[in-house]
Design a protein around this ligand. Structure first.
Ligand code: AVJ
Length: 321
């Protein structure tokens, strides 16, 4: 589809596109896997379930801030923008803003095609006035292949990046990403971004070790995925979920720890795991408001607004270029 109110551009990565990255990560002396691997169909469902758990405060807190501050946020940004959301998932959060912000075009970008397809259809039906131009792609590879909607249907470009997804990036990669966003939106463009805040490590620990074990399933799902897509033979029962707050690095770390010495076959290669050896699957960095504003300024943004919940658990920032 190239014209009309609803468009869908398919640049879904092929299953084998992840192979090089996976092999590189698992051959490394410190084994690691990129967190984007979490989000296949099952992983995306598990993540949505995590967001509903009592322990995982970020989603509910951010949603609360968006509800409470929608008018102020819309006022700061102004109507008729081209609203671009990398990693839009089910596009739930943006809906809190749509009626007040009234963007000319909403451009969700996501790596999970089925998910994106479904949310685009739902949005098109629920908001008859809204243009939705969706792109299925891996935005972590950069926005080079991404073409924003023509300026004629909306002038200013605003990136919406909620959920503290920025926490998945190493601070230097976060800076590079923010610079890339600044370049994408250009002069008068903006960034509305949700950032999880530093807090009592016990609260953080619980959020990544929920009682139902959904975060555990989410982490282990990566192994199921490698089995299904890269012809691997991981036995997920031979790994356990380990998540903790690394205060020195200001981040939650998630790992899969091998319960025993074992060999695993992946794409024809044999990979060895020692007993107790870790595969580092995710970092989730936490910032203070000041630290994040400093990072954004370094990337070329100016601080225009910051909204918090009353317990200072989570922050939403608006920056412009
Ligand atoms: C989607 C990256 C923000 O870091 O909190 C949730 C992912 N990992 N539980 C986060 C996640 C484990 C989440 N982000």
């Amino acid at each position: 589809m190239t014209a009309g109110r609803i468009r869908f551009t398919d640049r879904e990565p092929a299953p084998t596109d992840i192979l090089d990255e996976v092999l590189k990560g698992l051959r490394s002396p410190k084994k690691r896997l990129p967190p984007k691997l979490f989000y296949d169909k099952r992983g995306s469902e598990l993540f949505e379930a995590i967001c509903e758990t009592p322990e995982y405060y970020p989603t509910r807190t951010e949603t609360g801030i968006l509800h409470d501050s929608a008018a102020a946020i819309a006022e700061t940004i102004g109507q008729n923008c081209v609203l671009i959301e990398p990693g839009s998932g089910n596009s739930q959060k943006v809906q809190i803003l749509l009626e007040t912000l009234r963007p000319a075009v909403y451009m969700p970008i996501d790596i999970s095609k089925d998910h994106l397809k479904r949310s685009v259809e739902a949005l098109g039906t629920a908001y008859q006035w809204l243009h939705v131009h969706a792109v299925c792609m891996d935005y972590t590879a950069g926005f080079e292949s991404f073409e924003a909607a023509p300026v004629s249907i909306g002038s200013k470009k605003v990136v919406f990046f909620p959920g503290s997804t920025i926490g998945n990036f190493e601070p230097r990669d976060a800076l590079a990403f923010l610079r890339m966003v600044a370049r994408l939106v250009g002069r008068d463009g903006g960034l509305l971004i949700g950032v999880d805040l530093k807090k009592d490590p016990a609260v953080l620990h619980r959020a990544y070790n929920d009682a139902q074990g959904l975060t555990r399933e989410f982490n282990l799902n990566v192994l199921h995925r490698l089995n299904a897509e890269l012809d691997a033979d991981f036995d997920p029962n031979r790994f356990y979920h380990y998540a903790f707050y690394n205060a020195g690095e200001s981040r939650i770390e998630m790992h899969l720890i091998s319960r025993c010495a074992q060999n695993v076959r992946l794409a024809g290669e044999i990979l060895s795991f020692a007993e107790g050896e870790s595969v580092h699957t995710e970092n989730s960095y936490k910032y203070t408001v000041h630290e994040f504003q400093t990072l954004a300024r370094t990337a070329g943004f100016q601080v225009q607004g910051c909204w918090l919940d009353d317990r200072n658990l989570f922050s939403i920032h608006y920056f412009d270029v």
